[in-house]
Ligand binder design. Structure first.
Ligand code: TYD
Length: 392
């Protein structure tokens, strides 16, 4: 049974940065439930995928050094431990991961036309398609795959049984399905409710994934914790019985059980904690505004779309959002319509505070913004609402 534990109100498409403010912007009611049969945490209402993932998709994985380094070291690590002769990536975005593999033995599936064109031009055969069972024949014609990789994409897929059974059909015997997505354990520990937005149809625990993968004859044989995206897990799965199970699997499952991820009560408490976080953030910003502070936001993230729309924070509080992604610049943020500008078009040093929309890149940003930090301060809501002091 599904148990609703969080209501984040009406939310827009989190990455739909707007050239002009429309009269009727698409919004949906973002509520989140825990399924006590599988322990899966999912949105109650899914947004049609075509509205989110199309040729106008703006999120470029290569946009930050942290992610470029992450995918380079991840690719080398997988080559070392799995030594795959053939590779498929699901959701290859701008090619930041597959560019580390040989185009002759690597194919990709990517629903956003702009990115599929890009990786096709880079020499990687890329099918512009959602990952559904309709794609099986086309992929199998290029051979079954030793490594099927996917980063920050499987949690976007609404029908997991369809996705996993499709993987199972395309995987070679003994092959590995490796995917990384934000970790539910870290979300609950950090109070980072902003991991919840239209694209994230689910936030995964290892417990839930074990249950759901089994329905497609697969099991998890290894789990790695990653720091990216505010804390992610890299899950290694294979057909049941095809590989020895590493002790990292039981380690993660025990840790999650200890944190109560298999109990509804944990989520109900999380829901209450998030309501408090909202009050604290709006009060803090109100107080700083009352004192005449200039507040901006740093990183036009999907996460900040959730926070701003849930907390009702708009351009009367935040003057603008600064972001390095060209396709987000000179646009308005989804729902609350805060202008997004390029770092080179402004000097953030005259702001008193900057809300860290990209709190997951705090160290990269702090290093870069030492001039701002001589006087200004970052504000975050993770793991609790506060002004970040320099000694932290
Ligand atoms: P990310 O946290 O991956 O976003 P999401 O919540 O959508 O998954 O994205 C980080 C955003 O922050 C991205 O739009 C680029 C931007 N950014 C900057 O503007 N400056 C920076 O120094 C860094 C590291 C990121």
């Amino acid at each position: 049974m599904k148990n609703r534990f969080l209501d984040l109100g009406m939310q827009p498409i989190a990455n739909n940065f707007l050239k002009e403010i429309p009269e009727n912007e698409f919004k949906f009611h973002l509520t989140v439930s825990y399924d006590d049969e599988t322990s899966l945490v999912s949105l109650d209402d899914f947004v049609p995928p075509e509205l989110m993932f199309n040729e106008n998709y703006v999120y470029h994985s290569s946009m930050s050094k942290t992610m470029r380094d992450h995918f380079l070291s991840g690719a080398n690590h997988l080559k070392n431990i799995l030594n795959p002769k053939s590779v498929l990536e699901i959701g290859s975005n701008d090619g930041v991961f597959i560019k580390n593999f040989d185009p002759a033995t690597t194919v990709a599936v990517e629903p956003c036309g702009n990115f599929a064109d890009l990786t096709n031009e880079m020499g990687y055969q890329t099918y512009c398609n959602f990952w559904t069972k309709d794609i099986v024949e086309k992929i199998v014609q290029t051979g079954k795959k030793d490594l099927i990789f996917s980063a920050n994409c499987i949690c976007h897929i609404q029908d997991l049984d369809d996705a996993f059974s499709t993987v199972e059909k395309v995987l070679s015997t003994g092959g590995a399905f490796v995917f990384e997505d934000p970790s539910l354990y870290r979300m609950i520990k950090r109070g980072s409710y902003d991991q919840l937005y239209d694209e994230h149809a689910h936030v995964f625990s290892v417990i839930a994934l074990s249950n759901v993968l089994r329905r497609s004859n697969m099991e998890i044989f290894r789990v790695e914790s990653l720091d990216v995206h505010g804390g992610s897990n890299r899950i290694f799965a294979c057909r049941i019985g095809e590989r020895p199970i590493d002790e990292s699997v039981s380690y993660h499952i025990s840790m999650e059980k200890e944190a109560g991820l298999d109990r509804l009560e944990t989520y109900v408490n999380f829901g209450k904690q998030i309501e408090t976080s909202k009050k604290q953030l709006t009060n803090l910003l109100k107080e700083l505004k009352r004192k005449g502070s200039k507040i901006i936001s740093y990183g036009a993230t999907s996460k900040s779309t959730t926070v701003f729309n849930y907390c009702g924070i708009n351009s009367s509080t935040i003057d603008y959002i600064v972001d390095t992604t060209p396709s987000k610049q000179n646009k308005f943020s989804p729902g609350v319509h805060i202008p997004v500008i390029a770092p080179e078009d402004t000097t953030i040093a005259d702001a008193d505070y900057a809300f860290l929309g990209a709190w997951n890149f705090e160290s990269e940003i702090s290093e870069k913004e030492s001039e701002f930090l001589k006087r200004g301060r970052f504000i975050t809501h993770v793991p609790f609402v506060r002004i970040i002091e320099p000694e932290e």
